[in-house]
Design a protein around this ligand. Structure first.
Ligand code: HEC
Ligand code: HEC
Length: 176
């Protein structure tokens, strides 16, 4: 995977993110199906610290155990050092746990859990069986298109991903 190319897309996504964040009604509801996956209450530290390199991935995509593993290894976070001070780290982890897939607060979370083998705690949303199943019609050649670069670059295809919207109507796969 070409990190530089991926970087370009991420920077654009972050720009859009900051524009949109503040125009969102704060009480945005949980979606049905693949609709709106952002939790009702957004955590400020999470938005600040976890959206600087990529989209702030909704906590509903992974179980609590995954978030614990991930937050305990921020110093070696997918090849990056994403360390935080202990207070901020604890604050973000509380938020992620409270809104995790296995907390029963969202339909998308229930779907993720339905396909999760007991005891598993993947570090990547893109490694979950739910994700792989949902995206099985996307071919390998599409994932490697220049403007996508990584399966984790949700916003390349989900044009309203920064707002937590993932429903079918908002998917547009880039041509190259
Ligand atoms: C210094 C940059 C940086 C920061 C800050 C950062 N990340 Fe990441 N994160 C990455 C990179 C790089 C990847 C791998 C992306 C890829 O494979 O395309 C990643 C991947 C992820 C993934 C897996 C995505 C997948 O493949 O499903 C999750 C989940 C994640 N980050 C959560 C977080 C959380 C939560 C925070 C805030 C505490 C955070 N990240 C902060 C750089 C960062
Ligand atoms: C290459 C483009 C592409 C990328 C990148 C991508 N997706 Fe998707 N996604 C799709 C397509 C295509 C569908 C299927 C839409 C449909 O149901 O017809 C889909 C479906 C979904 C759905 C289900 C929507 C529903 O209505 O059931 C969710 C949720 C979702 N994706 C989340 C993600 C997340 C989270 C990421 C990043 C970690 C991601 N996607 C990355 C193309 C993509």
């Amino acid at each position: 995977m070409n990190y530089l190319l991926r970087g370009t897309g991420v920077v654009t996504a972050v720009g859009v993110f900051s524009l949109l964040t503040f125009s969102l009604p704060s009480g945005e509801a949980h979606g049905d199906g693949g609709g709106n996956v952002l939790p009702r209450t957004i955590n400020q530290a999470w938005q600040q610290e976890c959206a600087s390199c990529h989209l702030a991935y909704s906590p509903a995509f992974l179980p609590q155990a995954s978030w614990r593993r991930l937050m305990n290894g921020l110093d070696r976070h997918f090849g990056e050092n994403a360390s935080l001070d202990p207070a901020t780290q604890a604050d973000i982890l509380r938020f992620l746990e409270a809104n995790a897939a296995d907390r029963g607060g969202s339909r998308i979370g229930s779907k993720v859990m339905k396909r999760m083998p007991a005891g598993e705690a993947p570090l990547r949303i893109t490694d979950t069986r739910w994700f792989v199943h949902k995206h099985d019609e996307v071919s390998q050649s599409v994932w490697s298109r220049k403007s996508i670069g990584s399966t984790a670059h949700c916003a390349a295809c989900h044009r309203q991903a920064e707002q937590g919207v993932f429903d079918e109507d908002t998917v547009r796969i880039p041509k190259q």
